[in-house]
Design a binder for this molecule. Structure first.
Ligand code: ATP
Length: 262
């Protein structure tokens, strides 16, 4: 197993955002994380990437325990992510945005970079070449010199994924990669995720588009109120009564609220 999580919990004051969640992800899997709003999915990602330290539990990645490590240490070990809200430098080019993802991977210190020493020039060349390869992988070749802010929403998402991939992570975490996309853009992202896995990267994605997750993932875990209520193959998940209840229950809550509001 690439990732072995045992009983992780995150509390914010009296609120338990993630409650005793255990989960395993095998190398080469595409693993989906679904659940109603506020179920704890992003908090779970934030613990995997070191933004939050779990109050309890362990996160085993390869042969190490990584819970509580700082984000840059975790990223060096090979876990990379994208965010729910696109976080690109809008006034910078696509190439510069992707190069940022190599920060922390390169060896040249700040001073040699400033002084323009030869090792840093070699490294700059390496970073540019690696970035160009990844830009091509995500289908953005030809856009290297475009400003990130001028791209379509779907293409901005691709650049974000490229930035996360350029350090060649073993595990890529995607937080709602198809949010705000139309059906065609969603299909293209599905193809891209398959390609990324084909290149040897394990993927965990948070998604609200259940149809997309069911078609794409090898396994799916369902969160509700901070707890994992199911963890299975897609075909089992869609017929699982607890999962249906979590989703339909939410719909009923919404209808009741709407009814009350009218
Ligand atoms: N920094 C924080 N401080 C206090 N409460 C938080 C914090 N981060 C998340 N929460 C709360 O924890 C719970 C889980 O939130 P989280 O964002 O992880 O859910 P989610 O499943 O990702 O939801 P969504 O699908 O809406 O993004 C929510 O009740 C949220 O308000």
């Amino acid at each position: 197993m690439l990732l072995k999580i045992k009983g992780i919990t995150k509390r914010f004051g009296g609120l338990i955002a993630v409650n005793q969640v255990s989960l395993q992800v095998a190398e080469g899997e595409i693993f989906g994380l679904i659940g109603p709003n506020g179920a704890g999915k992003t908090t779970f990602f934030n613990m995997l990437t070191g933004i939050y330290s779990p109050n309890e539990g362990q996160i085993g990645f390869e042969d190490r325990q990584i819970q509580g490590l700082k984000p840059y240490r975790i990223s060096k070990l090979g876990i990379s992510r994208t965010f729910q809200n696109i976080r690109l430098l809008k006034e910078e080019t696509v190439l510069e945005n992707v190069k940022v993802g190599m920060f922390g991977k390169t060896r040249t210190g700040l001073w040699s970079a400033i002084l323009g020493l030869r090792s840093s020039k070699k490294e700059e060349k390496f970073v540019t070449e690696e970035s160009q390869k990844i830009i091509e992988l995500v289908g953005m070749n030809g856009y290297e010199m475009e400003m990130a802010g001028s791209l379509s929403y779907g293409n901005q998402r691709r650049v974000e994924i490229a930035r996360a991939l350029v350090s060649r992570p073993k595990l890529l975490l995607l937080d709602e990669p198809t949010a705000g996309m139309n059906a065609d853009e969603t299909k293209e992202i599905v193809q891209l995720i398959r390609k990324i896995r084909g290149n040897g990267t394990t993927v965990i994605l948070i998604e609200h588009n259940v149809g997309m997750v069911v078609g794409l993932c090898d396994r799916i875990a369902v969160f509700d109120h901070g707890e994992k209520i199911a963890d299975d193959k897609p075909e089992e998940i869609i017929s699982n009564p607890a999962v249906i209840e979590a989703y339909i229950g939410k719909e009923d809550d919404k209808k009741e609220t709407e009814y009350a509001a009218n």
